[in-house]
Design a protein around this ligand. Structure first.
Ligand code: SOE
Length: 389
């Protein structure tokens, strides 16, 4: 079996999730090349050295340029805040590396375009980490749709609800600043719903959107915290929140289906509720991340009198990815969506092909995010600009 050297940039929340997946993937799947965790990279030397030790990396770097200069690293994994994706991603591609990038691909459509251009030029493998596509239940939903089990799709209803900034005293971390995060609930979590919608239903043709910032001022984060942006200490000083708290839009897909989308980080009690319902002419499919092993289905061709929603526990060996893990009924978790993603990425490296979602797919999601912002501003129906020159 051959090996591929991995260099990971970022060591906080996503750094931990990605490290775990890199460590686990060859223990569950027959991947070739198998990943070798060469180095993790971050600017704070003490914290990066500690992360390397705790997360299973052979070493660390404190400057991503040094990571890119290393011949023993062939794949660079970018798990940093959005404002650095373009710079690091493009540099990695120019250095001839394969690149995995956290979602959303970039902070602006222009940055995403530059990343796609660099990827095309490099000819190496690229992928965006929209990890929820690889929940076995989501893959089963895709299979059922492709088999025509729910017929012609009429409705996609997607919501991503969280509550971690509901406290007005929660400070302004990087995720609440436009210059670092690009947008708020929109890019952070609506991006996942958009990716799932386009994966399952197809491209979005036009949309009408609104964005809202309810809490416009918050305490400034104290310098010492940083990190995942989901926990932070606050200072006495207050500052302006420059991203949306919530995003909502209605849309038409190119195939004529209607979509409704909502994302907020101000829904008390909704910790991480990423869910969708799809209604077709012959049935319906429902999924919720907080019960990620389950897929609810309704098929109109079930015998009359025995019709109703039923819940499939998507852990049978016949289900996508599930057979690689445990016996049926031994459920999977959040972290497995990353392991499954990295398995497909390594297969892509072997076959020299970029697995979906590629940077081009990530660009399309970015085009929808961009259209949402333009529509919210103009209060007009707006079309995403998918064309890449
Ligand atoms: C925070 O809102 C967050 O960690 C997102 O950044 C992730 O993409 C999402 O999967 C879970 O929530």
């Amino acid at each position: 079996m051959s090996e591929i050297g991995i260099g990971l940039v970022g060591y906080k929340f996503m750094g931990r999730a990605h490290s775990n997946a890199w460590r686990q993937v060859a223990h569950f799947f027959d991947v070739d090349p198998a990943p070798r965790l060469r180095a993790i990279c971050g600017r704070d030397e003490q914290a990066t050295a500690q992360a390397a030790k705790q997360l299973g990396w052979e070493g660390y770097e404190t400057d991503y340029h040094r990571l890119l200069a290393r011949d023993d690293i062939q794949l660079v994994d970018v798990a940093t805040p959005g404002n650095t994706h373009c710079e690091i991603g493009v540099a990695a591609l120019e250095a001839g590396k394969h690149v995995l990038c956290e979602k959303p691909l970039a902070n602006t459509l222009e940055e995403a375009r530059r990343m796609v251009e660099a990827a095309r030029k490099a000819g190496t493998v690229n992928m965006v980490d929209f990890n929820y596509r690889r929940a076995p239940a989501v893959q089963l939903a895709k299979q059922l749709i492709e088999e025509g089990r729910i017929g012609e799709i009429r409705h996609f209803r997607g919501t991503y609800l969280q509550d971690w900034i509901v406290d007005p005293e929660f400070p302004i971390t990087w995720r609440l600043r436009r210059e670092t995060a690009g947008s708020g609930a929109l890019g952070d979590i609506a991006a996942h719903v958009i990716d799932l919608a386009m994966f399952l239903v197809g491209p979005i043709a036009e949309l009408s959107a609104t964005l809202k910032t309810f809490i416009k001022e918050r305490p400034v984060e104290t310098a010492s915290t940083g990190g995942s942006g989901l926990q932070a200490a606050r200072g006495a000083e207050r500052g302006e929140v420059t991203v949306d708290d919530a995003a909502a839009f209605i849309a038409y897909f190119e195939n004529g289906a209607m979509g409704t989308f909502e994302a907020t980080r101000l829904a008390p009690g909704r910790r991480n509720r990423n869910s969708f319902e799809i209604n077709g002419s012959l049935g319906s499919i429902v999924w919720d991340l907080e019960r990620l092993n389950e897929l609810e289905v309704f098929f109109a061709d079930d015998p009359q009198g025995a019709q109703g929603f039923r819940t499939i526990n998507v852990t049978e060996p016949v289900h996508p990815y599930a057979g690689a893990y445990w016996p049926a009924g031994h459920i999977l978790g959040y972290e497995h969506t990353f392991v499954n993603t990295f398995k497909d990425l390594l297969d892509g490296v072997r076959e020299n092909r970029s697995p979906a979602p590629t940077f081009e797919d990530g660009y399309k999601v970015q085009a929808v995010l961009d259209a949402v912002e333009r529509s919210a501003q103009s209060r007009q129906w707006t079309k995403p600009e998918y064309e890449l020159s």
